[in-house]
Design a binder for this molecule. Structure first.
Ligand code: ADP
Length: 193
């Protein structure tokens, strides 16, 4: 099963994607994690992405689209994947449709985590990685920039999925396990189709 998780920064996409991966074996594909790995490795992509990410802006679509294209073709994604942080722009949404149809793949569920923005700034400001460190783009100024970019560039793709009757809303303000259970119900319903 292939799933898209949508929602603003801090909505809990990564947490829920990891939960789905461990429960069902669908692979989490996080463009943010992939980019951070490129930055850590000091690759060409990483070097280009580093300053852009630090400002909370978007890495150019062609880079992101190429990353996704090669990732979904890998054997570990054949049981299914969860897109976390992609698509984030209209052009990414269109590129996704094109690459899926070329591979004969479909998306089984598009899930939007609904959250209250005031809460997000707090959630992000207090979150830490497994090693206890804070992401460089999690400081309040950059978080506000990321929310702004989300509103301007990502929120406009929601009607695209909504119109196709494909957008499923989940209340992302509940605790992790309750949100997870709502998503489980969506997965169960999608499996019957
Ligand atoms: P969050 O969802 O918390 O904002 P991510 O880890 O998904 O964080 O992304 C971190 C940063 O990586 C983004 O602010 C952006 O600079 C870059 N990025 C991630 N995914 C994309 C994408 N699909 N398109 C463009 N830039 C991206």
């Amino acid at each position: 099963m292939n799933i898209i998780l949508l929602g603003p920064p801090g909505a809990g996409k990564g947490t829920q994607a990891k939960r789905l991966e461990s429960l069902y074996g669908f692979k989490q594909i996080s463009t943010g994690d992939m980019l951070r790995a490129e930055v850590a490795a000091g690759s060409d992509i990483g070097n280009e992405a580093k300053a852009i990410m630090a400002k909370g802006q978007f890495v150019p679509d062609p880079i992101i689209v190429a990353m996704i294209q090669s990732r979904i073709a890998q054997p570990d994604c054949q049981r299914g994947f969860i897109l976390d942080g992609f698509p984030r722009t209209e052009s990414q949404a269109e590129a996704l449709d094109t690459m899926l149809s070329a591979r004969g793949l479909t998306i089984d569920a598009v899930i939007l985590l609904d959250v209250n923005e005031d809460e997000l700034v707090e959630r992000i400001a207090s979150r830490r990685g497994e090693d206890g460190t804070r992401r460089p783009d999690d400081n309040p100024d950059v978080v506000r920039a990321r929310l702004d970019v989300y509103r301007k560039q990502t929120a406009p793709i929601l009607p695209y999925y909504e119109k196709a009757g494909r957008l499923l809303h989940v209340d992302g303000m509940k605790d992790v396990e309750s949100v997870g259970k709502e998503i489980d119900a969506i997965v169960a319903a999608a499996k019957k189709h």
